[in-house]
Ligand binder design. Sequence first.
Ligand SMILES: *[C@@H]1O[C@H](CO)[C@@H](O)[C@H](O)[C@H]1NC(C)=O
Ligand SMILES: *[C@@H]1O[C@H](CO)[C@@H](O)[C@H](O)[C@H]1NC(C)=O
Ligand SMILES: *[C@@H]1O[C@H](CO)[C@@H](O)[C@H](O)[C@H]1NC(C)=O
Ligand SMILES: *[C@@H]1O[C@H](CO)[C@@H](O)[C@H](O)[C@H]1NC(C)=O
Ligand SMILES: *[C@@H]1O[C@H](CO)[C@@H](O)[C@H](O)[C@H]1NC(C)=O
Ligand SMILES: *[C@@H]1O[C@H](CO)[C@@H](O)[C@H](O)[C@H]1NC(C)=O
Length: 613
Amino acid sequence: MPWQTPTIDSRPVAVLGAGVLGRRIACSWVAGGYNVTIRDPSAEQRQAAIHYIDNNLAEFSKILDKTTTGPGKYAAFEDLDSAVKNAWFVLEAVPEKLDLKTSTFGILAMKAPKDCIFGSNSSSYKSSLMLDNMDEEAKKRALNVHYTMPPSNRVVELMTSTYTHDEIFPFLVEKHRDIGLLPAVARKESTGFIINRLWAAVKRETLNILAEGVSDPEEIDTLWIEMFGRDKAGPCAMMDAVGLDTVAFIEDHYIQERHLDGTNTVDFLRNNYINEGRLGAKAGNGGFYSPGSTTKSEEGKQDFHDDLATPTLYILDIGLGENITHDFQHAGRILVTSGDGQNARPLITGLEAPDGIDISISDDRIFWTNMGIPSQNNGSVQSARIDGSEIQTVIAKGSVHTPKQISIDHSNKKLYFSDREGLRVHRANFDGSEHEILIETGDFRNTSDKEDQTKWCVGITVDPKNGRFYWTQKGFSKSGKGRILRSNIVMPPGATASTRSDIETVFENLPEPIDLEIDTESKTIYWTDRGEYPLGNTLNRGYVGDQQNGKAYEVLSRHLHEAIGLRLDKVNKQIYFTDMGGTVYRTDADGKNKTAIYNSDSTFTGITLAHLN
Ligand SMILES: *[C@@H]1O[C@H](CO)[C@@H](O)[C@H](O)[C@H]1NC(C)=O
Ligand SMILES: *[C@@H]1O[C@H](CO)[C@@H](O)[C@H](O)[C@H]1NC(C)=O
Ligand SMILES: *[C@@H]1O[C@H](CO)[C@@H](O)[C@H](O)[C@H]1NC(C)=O
Ligand SMILES: *[C@@H]1O[C@H](CO)[C@@H](O)[C@H](O)[C@H]1NC(C)=O
Ligand SMILES: *[C@@H]1O[C@H](CO)[C@@H](O)[C@H](O)[C@H]1NC(C)=O
Ligand SMILES: *[C@@H]1O[C@H](CO)[C@@H](O)[C@H](O)[C@H]1NC(C)=O
């Protein structure tokens, strides 16, 4: 039967697998004006993929030069039928296991329309190995379609399964050019296509040079960049970005097929890096480079692959900036930006003096506190889906006075939040049930208590591993009477929030501590301080383990303009923090390399982050 070009009309491209590359493939087609369906069994992956497209579509359209096309629509599905039933092109991007790919192709042949083209994104298996469950006619519509990393790397390699209709190639080449990608067709079947073979050789020889002790990663990359490209990363930085475990996994295929010796490649990687948990940029222990290296390329510019380990930031704008309106009580916003401060966009607007924010990707929920008007006792806690829809009240007005920082205990699915003029620390479930008071430093109805700022609870962080939570009591403005305290997650038997005896002061006589977060691994607390210069308006850290060493702490960064929000990026070992002057900063964990990644005429309060790329 001759090949019949599928009619596209309003039919979607279907992408099976919402992982790192699946969501970039989907976003490329959406930017190119095509409708896209995504299928993934994991709800978390589906949400993250849709959120990724929401956040990055404008950037894809710009890079792929598709700003005038107008994007297509996109949706994610749990079941395969809904995703593929009307598709003209299905791309499988499921995990790299041959039996899974073979069964997926078999099911696709039955469920997808009879003119649909089937692409496999496998980099290590030829599509001819996946066709066992397909009938003869469907086999002719299957091929390898391997994307590299759109939008910054636009290469797409197409390769026959040996059965594939010849006419499919010019058709798909045109479609990929149409969306701004750079397609190339391998002239015959070959494990690794064209550029992947070349890249495999570069990686292999790089590993040989390292294993033999001839050079080091930094030098190799410096030389590479001088030789081959000033705006790209060198091979060691790129292997770190891809993941050293993935590099080894791919090389295993070549070793098998070509009977290569793996001593200086996969064995070297496994013995020196992978077995020690040094998997590259993604895992928090670094690889050839230390953690965070890929988020700080020149001028904060993200190179291709680098954004894989960069967090997405959620920043609260309290609404007292340049564009202050008569209705400043409802001018608060949640902004979303990439980790380099690019592509900021408002996610939710109209908030009543928002102050603290945190996020649970697995529950598809973002939580924030609204101070309301502090004198009116009308603060609240709200939540929404991570795309900003379905706003719900978690803690109603009147049940919390002036809520400030909020922190999630992810292992027990609890919200902790401090209540400034309410003189309390609260805890509740994600839906607001089981609302408890954990700490009560005074009676907020009593004016002399309420005006005593040494009783004001502001920052909060939870350490479920060691069964504790920490909070700040800031003291009068710039008075040097601030404290950081801690208590047990489990209330002592018979005690109440105002009588419990398990409260410890961890640091005292601080200028004016505000938000805080614990790094449980290093038993270190990080906090912002809004007090007087030079010790105030700083970023600080102090050890809170057993040998607390005279309660000394370190000032990591100075000269902020009313410092407030703070979050640790534990993957990249970096700190993000905000000030009310409208700047978001990033530093290394030791406070070095301070960069203002986002500046605006707004007034920022809380910040949180998620690794979504
Ligand atoms: C996308 O789907 C909508 C219906 O949801 C349809 O109206 C539109 O034509 C489709 N667009 C494309 C480019 O297929
Ligand atoms: C597509 O190919 C890449 C590179 O081989 C692989 O890492 C990825 O898991 C595949 N699928 C998806 C959904 O990204
Ligand atoms: C708080 O109270 C003030 C004054 O009553 C009112 O204008 C404002 O809308 C209230 N805000 C909230 C969050 O209820
Ligand atoms: C208010 O609190 C202060 C100090 O905690 C106490 O001395 C005073 O009696 C209280 N006033 C009332 C009206 O309860
Ligand atoms: C800062 O970052 C650079 C690389 O961007 C790194 O080489 C250096 O060690 C970091 N620390 C300091 C103190 O400069
Ligand atoms: C203020 O409004 C102007 C005009 O709408 C806009 O360009 C600017 O970005 C706004 N500034 C802030 C901080 O939102």
